[in-house]
Write a protein that binds this ligand. Structure first.
Ligand SMILES: [Zn+2]
Length: 85
C-alpha cells in the first residue's frame, strides 16, 4: 500500500473525467485498480459508458420524445455504488 486507494465516492466523482481521458496517469491507474477490485464501481462505470455512448449518437434533430424519455429513464436508473459498512 504505497499509494492511497480511492474510495467509491471518489470513483463516482472521477468517472466522467476517466471516460473522457481527462485524468492524469497516476489517478487513472488508481481508478483502474479500484475498478478491478470493486464490482459495484465497475458496473457503475459500465452504465456511464453506455449512457454516454447513447448521448454521443443523439442530436437534437433525431431526439424524439420517446428517445428522450428513454434517456431520462436511463439516468434515473444510474445509482452510485453503495459501499458496504
Ligand atoms: Zn468502489
Amino acid at each position: 500500500m504505497s499509494e492511497s486507494a480511492l474510495t467509491c465516492k471518489e470513483i463516482v466523482e472521477l468517472v466522467s473525467d476517466y471516460l473522457d481521458g481527462g485524468l492524469d496517469e497516476r489517478t487513472a491507474r488508481l481508478v483502474d485498480e479500484h475498478l478491478a477490485l470493486c464490482p459495484g464501481c465497475d458496473a457503475y462505470l459500465d452504465q456511464m459508458r453506455q449512457t454516454l455512448k447513447v448521448l454521443g449518437s443523439v442530436t437534437p434533430e433525431n431526439l424524439s420524445e420517446s428517445t428522450r424519455d428513454g434517456l431520462l429513464a436511463a439516468f434515473r436508473d444510474i445509482r452510485p455504488p453503495q459501499p458496504k459498512g
